[in-house]
Design a binder for this molecule. Structure first.
Ligand code: 13P
Length: 252
């Protein structure tokens, strides 16, 4: 059965001290909750991963990286490899975030390479994609999403999907306060699941968790998460406040 997941993408926020404090607060708050079928993940910046992993030990909190380089190692100044993440105890990586695509020129082809490298190192991948406002206005959201998924993931063997979580994040809803309606999210998630089923069969499609991201807050999480094909959220702004994040985790 697929899992529910609430993942906090901290982006470029929180220095060492702030990370330490927030990890402690989240860890404490989830300790008193029956998480049932829900996984809780946080993705701090690279420099704070080691500490976050250490502080999350012996708790249900899982730690992810926000990005990684596709090469094994070598002359790639400023980059971080899959092996480096594994070596500090990180087992999950977020790939394909729209900010990486928009500001750092990450293409579907590059993301396919990153996904391969991550899986080769047994990292679980939270793969992000989503249409821009102009695509939705033109009614092209499904075509865009379908091609993002196909181009970066459809070369994979079916078994690889055990290590893949999908995150639908419409670009127009990220950090804007404008959330996709629960119906818009459900429609797209159902489309994504069907796209997967057409290629890999129902078994794979029904076992992949599909998260929604884009202005998820304590006030709207429950309604969005109640939709049958929405298996949780990738949370930006609201993941930076322990109480808000905890409320979102509790929305299940
Ligand atoms: P917000 O929740 O701030 O809209 O960000 C969503 C996001 O980009 C998570 O990856």
């Amino acid at each position: 059965m697929r899992k529910n997941i609430v993942a906090g993408n901290w982006k470029m926020n929180n220095d060492l001290k702030a990370t330490s404090k927030l990890v402690k607060q989240i860890r404490k708050s989830i300790k008193k909750t029956d998480l049932k079928n829900t996984r809780v993940i946080i993705a701090p910046t690279f420099v704070n991963l080691t500490m976050a992993v250490k502080r999350s030990k012996k708790s249900k909190l899982e730690v992810a990286a926000q990005n990684m380089h596709q090469a094994e190692n070598g002359a790639f100044t400023g980059e971080i490899s899959a092996n480096m993440l594994k070596s500090v105890g990180v087992n999950i990586v977020v790939l394909g975030h729209s900010e990486r695509r928009a500001y750092f020129g990450e293409t579907d082809a590059l993301l396919a390479e990153k996904v391969n490298a991550a899986l080769a190192h047994k990292l679980e991948v939270i793969f992000c994609f989503g249409e821009e406002l102009a695509d939705r206005k033109a009614g092209k959201q499904e075509t865009v999403v379908e091609s993002q998924i196909k181009n970066a993931l459809f070369h994979l063997e079916a078994t690889a999907f055990k290590k893949i979580v999908l995150a639908y994040e419409p670009v127009w809803a990220i950090g804007t306060g404008e959330t996709a309606s629960p119906e818009q999210a459900q429609d797209m998630h159902a489309f994504i699941r069907k796209t997967l089923a057409d290629k890999y069969g129902n078994d794979i499609a029904n076992n992949v968790s599909i998260l929604y991201g884009g202005s998820v807050k304590p006030e709207n999480a429950q309604e969005i998460f109640s939709k049958p094909d929405v298996d949780g959220g990738l949370i930006g702004g609201a993941a930076l406040k322990a109480e808000d994040f905890y409320e979102i985790v509790n929305a299940f």
